[in-house]
Write a new protein. Sequence first.
Length: 103
Amino acid sequence: MIFGGVGDMIGKVKKMQEDLKNVQKELSSVIVTEESGGVKVAVSGDMELREFKLDPRILDNKDIKRVEWLISDAVDKAFAKAKKEAADRLRKVTGGLSIPGLF
């Protein structure tokens, strides 16, 4: 009876590994966007910067510190949103089990 339980567990682990690989593939096509004062950033679910746009009017701003802050804010928010999306999708596969190295 013990060996049957181990076999079931191994099957479940293999299924979870397969599901995790599929989710990781899907994440490359998941795109989240964030905007901050004329800065638009798009990041994929696998944490790749896909798009970065500036409204031309932002370049007229003489306050370079403000422009830098807007860029940083948009990038930070986009990556946070992408990370949350990835974690949510992976959590569905793992049933909430925390696996080191996965977001």
